[in-house]
Design a protein around this ligand. Sequence first.
Ligand code: NDP
Length: 464
Amino acid sequence: MSDAALLNPPTTHYEFFGPAGTMVVTVATTAIPYLLYYGCETAEQCPPTSWSAWKNRLQRLTLADLYDSHIMLLYLAWFAYLVLLYYVVPGSTKPGTVLRTGQRLLYRINGFRSLLITCGLMFTVHRLYGPAPFIYVYDHYVHWLTASYLFATVQAVLLYVWSFRGPSTSSATATIKLKSDADLKADGNGATASPSTGAAQPVLLALGGNSPSAFYNFFIGRELNPRLGDFDLKVFCELRPGIIGWFVLNFACLIKQSQVLNGYITESMALIFFLQGLYIFDTLIYESSVLTTMDVTTDGFGWMLSFGDLTWVPFVFSVQARFLALQPVVLGPILAATVVAIGVASFLTFRLSNSQKNIFRTDPHDPRVRGLKYIETATGSKLLISGWWGLSRHINYLGDWLFGLSWCLTTGFRSPIPYFYVLYFAVLLIHRERRDDHKCRQKYKKDWERYCSIVKYRIIPGIY
Ligand code: NDP
């Protein structure tokens, strides 16, 4: 068997109900951001009074409604600006998880600083030019959506084609090669500083992206970590153009509302800006924790992540702020206090549980996790069975979902459109939990069954 065949075994297990399922998901997820926009185009039509009104509106759309070449160029400039920050802003370097090749890729960590610089830039632009540039961003919402969609799709096609290239030598500065346990302990972060050199290696494919179906592979992603030199496209897209873009869109919505309300904003707008801002800042403050997520360790960089990171995140997650820009909602003290209470409790659940696992996995002797119970597995990894991780096997998902609910509640109860987020996110998290369970069952075998018999619930303690 060739090196490439040994390294990249064929995919035998399909996710998303196989090739047909991924086609349905592709079409549906392409349509949804547009349906959400045109389902809530004006305060009176959110949602339209009937499905036929909605359909009529969609049928009247012209190319100019959907696409604008200036915005396309500005989107490319936005992407290039973030690439520039990636290179010029000082940051640290962190190793990713161990790959099947035995190597660990190095990642540049300066996303949070890129966010702060962008905030500074937004503040400066607002001081110099007032609200106009942000109203422009708001008014071209659909054009941005289409620009990001085209970029994400073209990127996915190019990456798919590029994944068929022949073996190459990995960049000496971009990877580190593991030597021994002693070396791992030597530098405290599990990696040695000796660069990999020499022999050409076949392209490392995602285990799930090497099936007989070309479309399925395009969707899931063939190559695990496509890179241009040291520049890791997947991790860059995962955290920067979409997530930081979402923050800019939310700010544009806030400015739009203050224009409509003669300089004021409602407490609901302040809340959504603050709560989602907290999520965005948290994501980038804990930038390196993305390196151990399924997206980075398991999934290839295909259409699913390219579209998800660049289009879905900014344009589906900003629906509440856009709704509030159209329809200023005054929550009143009781509902506002409820939103804050759910937001704070769920954010703490999400953040503390994720941090507890990260600390435990980095250093089980850390005083913050030393007293926790865990089980040893045959692979050498330990699984927590007390603390947050004794409550359910994915208590972090529950915190994340409830945090999303607090965002939706900022819009009151006038329209179901902003609640689409919690519906979709429930489906995503339930499906994600099943995928993670499948992965862990294969990895830990009998130990996973033992773990599940101790921590019985998947996501919601006592219920599910
Ligand atoms: P998790 O952070 O929950 O990590 C799952 C992995 O953790 C498992 O594969 C296993 O990996 C390890 N693990 C499982 N149980 C234990 C345990 N008891 N003790 C120690 N390690 C354990 O998964 P995700 O990457 O899916 O999610 C990370 C965060 O990102 C979540 O908070 C989620 O809500 C959020 N998220 C948000 C999304 C969004 O769109 N807003 C989308 C997806 C995720 P190992 O093989 O190392 O043992």
